[in-house]
Design a protein around this ligand. Sequence first.
Ligand SMILES: Cc1cc2nc3c(=O)[nH]c(=O)nc-3n(C[C@H](O)[C@H](O)[C@H](O)COP(=O)(O)O)c2cc1C
Length: 212
Amino acid sequence: MTPKRLIIAVTGASGGPYAVRILQLLRAVPDYEAHLIISSAGAVTLRQETQLKPADLATLATVTYRNSDIGAAIASGSFPTSGMIIAPCSIKTLGAVANCDTGTLITRAADVCLKEGRPLLLMVRETPLHRGHLRVMADAADAGAIIAPPMPAFYTRPASVADIVDHTARRTLQRMGVPALAPEPWTGLPHDETPLAPSNSGRSPDRASERA
Ligand SMILES: Cc1cc2nc3c(=O)[nH]c(=O)nc-3n(C[C@H](O)[C@H](O)[C@H](O)COP(=O)(O)O)c2cc1C
């Protein structure tokens, strides 16, 4: 049986811990292979945020490629993969993907996923966002990419940063079709916690009391 290959790319946005957690989780799924690429800036931010070097991350992957290796297997649509996650994804890489700029293995492999109709998830991380950022996000989404900024969810009542990272990593893998790693599904509010009733029936706030 052909293994399911997921390409994981790490670029120079903040969010190295997400890449680490995604790779750790994927390693526990027997029929999946992780194909890893790290950009130069990704290596810098990873080191800053986790103290890990690319070689450390490579121990969690099945195969690791140089970002300059545009002749690698994953640069061709003839090499079957289950898609690609870019986590974290910088604005620079987002812009390249949106504009079909395939000058590196990361952007070429991403373009291959889009042209072959395979899922491509961009964990874009930047804030605040100007109109140019939003425009390239829309362009990438129009080409078929999944735009998934790492926005923490608090309804799960995370107790630590590790909980927040774990939840986002699991939701990312769930979105990519790895159900074995999905977080506990939400089953509705607990019965003993009734939602708050609307406080001012939709009236606009009282400006005078706001100023007080
Ligand atoms: C510590 C650090 C944090 C950064 N955080 C971000 C970020 O959150 N988002 C972003 O788009 N760029 C960020 N950058 C800038 C990118 O690393 C830079 O634009 C780089 O050229 C991206 O290259 P790449 O997409 O090839 O990895 C950061 C850089 C450093 C050193």
